[in-house]
Design a protein around this ligand. Structure first.
Ligand SMILES: Nc1nc2c(c(=O)[nH]1)N[C@H]1C(S)=C(S)[C@@H](COP(=O)(O)O)O[C@H]1N2
Ligand SMILES: [Mo]
Length: 319
């Protein structure tokens, strides 16, 4: 499928090719935000607006997405990560393992037509449209987000509770797990053509985790539709787990009785557990998890158990 075929209305034409100067500016800009090397310190803050403008030139501008503010989740106890950081520094191995290249490689990525298939142990298996999911009632929630690599961000997501999406299909009583699958389209995703990893990306949750209030199906961030690099048109956000448990561009949910396998746990079980709840007391074999670096400010702060969401989820793991 051609990446430009059947563009949705939110994906504006991308007529400007990024110039070489924009690349070097981008590197300096990210450096200034505490992401790159030491060179960033030299960048005058006054120039920031210009850098952002040059960075975004030629990129599709996502459509605004309206949502009601969920008052319980409006204060994550941390400053919001700048939008231009959360949308330019991404883990998305289907496109690249280089976090700073993902946004550029994914700029034309689109799943169209898009539907979410929900099947397995459900009463009403089938394909659900984005419109139907969003009609469940979009909420804006600010969540802390912690990658296993010890960086963290704070993002205003827009979405609906995963349990409301599951309820559309009606889980059967025997269903114990939810398997999540990302898109599969090597023509659009260079990382899928390389053959280094087993795609499509796959993840899974216990049904009690999937039905927890915190588990969000996101279709937007920062007041707009999700960018391709952040997982358009729909992704999971599970703020008490390491970032890789939140798959992007999800196309299928399958309810099962047996525990499904998961991408990172299959690759390296000693480094990535199946549950992967954020836990400062359990080091990664190659680094400590006691602290994390905040994207944007570069500040180093202590990591909290369940990423600070113990009140909501700790009961799921007792006994
Ligand atoms: N399909 C898919 N989903 C994915 C990943 C990926 O490589 N492929 N990376 C994960 C990891 S490791 C992290 S930290 C988050 C990053 O999300 P962000 O780019 O929106 O910050 O996405 C997660 N979801
Ligand atoms: Mo991650």
């Amino acid at each position: 499928m051609s990446p430009s075929a059947g563009r949705p209305s939110w994906s504006l034409p991308d007529n400007a090719v990024t110039e070489e100067s924009a690349y070097s500016s981008r590197r300096r800009f990210l450096g200034a935000l505490g992401l790159g090397g030491s060179a960033g310190v030299a960048l005058a803050l006054g120039a920031r607006g210009a850098w952002v403008h040059r960075l975004t030139r030629g990129l599709p501008v996502p459509e605004a997405l309206r949502a009601r503010v969920a008052s319980e989740f409006i204060d994550a106890g941390r400053t919001l990560t700048p939008e231009e950081v959360a949308t330019r520094y991404n883990n998305y191995y289907e496109f690249s393992t280089d976090k700073r290249r993902v946004f550029d490689l994914a700029r034309n990525f689109v799943l169209d037509p898009y539907t979410l298939r929900v099947d397995g142990l459900v009463e009403r298996p089938g394909n659900i449209t984005l419109e139907r999911i969003e009609a469940l009632g979009l909420q804006e929630r600010v969540y802390r987000f912690r990658c296993v690599e010890a960086w963290a961000m704070t993002v205003p997501w827009i979405g609906v509770p995963l349990r409301d999406v599951l309820a559309l299909a009606g889980p059967q009583p025997e269903a114990r797990y939810v398997a999540l699958q990302s898109f599969d389209d090597p023509e659009q995703a260079p990382g899928q053509r390389e053959g280094t990893y087993t795609f499509p990306y796959y993840e899974a949750l216990r049904i009690e985790e999937a039905e927890n209030e915190l588990a969000l199906v996101a279709t937007g961030l920062y007041g707009k539709r999700l960018t391709p690099q952040n997982g358009a048109p729909l992704r999971l956000v599970l703020p008490w787990k390491y970032g890789y448990k939140s798959p992007k561009s999800v196309v299928r949910l399958r309810l099962t009785r047996d525990r499904p396998q998961t991408f990172w746990n299959d690759l390296q079980p000693r480094e990535y557990s199946w549950l992967s709840n954020v836990d400062p007391a359990v080091p990664h074999p190659r680094w400590s998890q006691r602290f994390e670096r905040l994207l944007g400010s570069g500040e180093r702060v202590p990591t909290e158990a369940f990423n600070g969401y113990g009140r909501e989820v700790a009961h799921l793991y007792r006994g």
